[in-house]
Ligand binder design. Structure first.
Ligand code: 4FV
Length: 245
């Protein structure tokens, strides 16, 4: 996957792109992340990229010319198949695991990072295919949301993560939260790992983990628990659980 990021702060992506799983994916040419400094495309004498909002009001707005030329420059690098242009904004569709799965199938993405009060609406009307929000709160810029999106999307590209198995089991992938995890030592400061996990009885372990996922989801994110989508086995586990409450 090729990812082009349009930002006023390309340096923010340096450490991000060279750390952990992402750096390996980049090294294995499974992902390429190219940052473009929007200010490099500013055609005004002072290289300004923001200006006062028409109609007055607080704050500044990112100007249409630098953004438009930056987007056109990146799009010029693509043939027929244009990449999806995504603007990170609080007005966007909230990012979820299923949206991340959908985006992980795209050959290329262009991510637009806003700042100040936002960007000139004409950029959204003319170039933006999708607005995405990482959550209902306001940040100072779109860079962190862009990194969040890159992280959760690229790790879903087959081969980027060591085992695809772990993706299938993790929270949100199966619609349930994950089960508790433990590793050595078996007892720490008097706290022991649940016996079943040391039993080697994989059927029992699977059953315990499934019940724990149901329990975590019921207690922490009941909004995620769609009983109609649960198997009879899960409903039995859930009933057993609720009987203990
Ligand atoms: C945001 C979010 C976000 C709004 C004004 C940048 C800021 C500033 N982006 N999910 N939440 N963006 O708060 O994506 O331009």
């Amino acid at each position: 996957m090729k990812i082009d990021v349009l930002t006023l702060f390309p340096e923010m992506f340096e450490t991000f792109r060279t750390s952990s799983i992402l750096s390996r994916a980049v090294a294995n040419n499974m992902v390429s992340i190219q940052t473009h400094n929007i200010r490099d495309f500013a055609a005004n004498k002072h290289k300004n990229t923001d200006d006062y909002p028409y109609g007055g009001g607080a704050g500044m707005v990112m100007m249409v010319q630098p953004l438009s030329d930056a987007i056109k420059h990146v799009l010029a690098g693509y043939g027929e198949e244009k990449p999806k242009v995504i603007y990170l904004s609080p007005q966007g569709k909230v990012l979820t695991q299923s949206l991340a799965q959908q985006l992980s199938k795209e050959p290329a993405l262009i991510l637009l990072c806003g700042h100040y009060e936002g960007i000139d609406q004409r950029i959204i009307d003319r170039y933006v295919d999708m607005e995405i929000s990482i959550g209902d709160y306001v940040l100072t810029g779109g860079e962190l949301p862009a990194m969040v999106l890159i992280d959760c999307v690229t790790r879903l590209i087959p081969g980027v993560l060591g085992s695809s198995q772990s993706i299938l089991e993790e929270s949100h992938s199966a619609g349930l939260l994950e089960y508790p995890q433990y590793t050595r030592p078996a007892v720490y400061d008097g706290d022991a790992v649940p016996e079943v996990l040391l039993s080697g009885n994989h059927k029992e372990i699977e059953r315990w983990r499934r019940q724990q996922s149901l329990k975590n989801t019921l207690l922490k994110r009941p909004d995620l628990l769609n009983r109609d989508a649960l198997s009879d086995e899960d409903l039995k586990l859930l009933k057993e659980l609720e009987d203990t409450f």
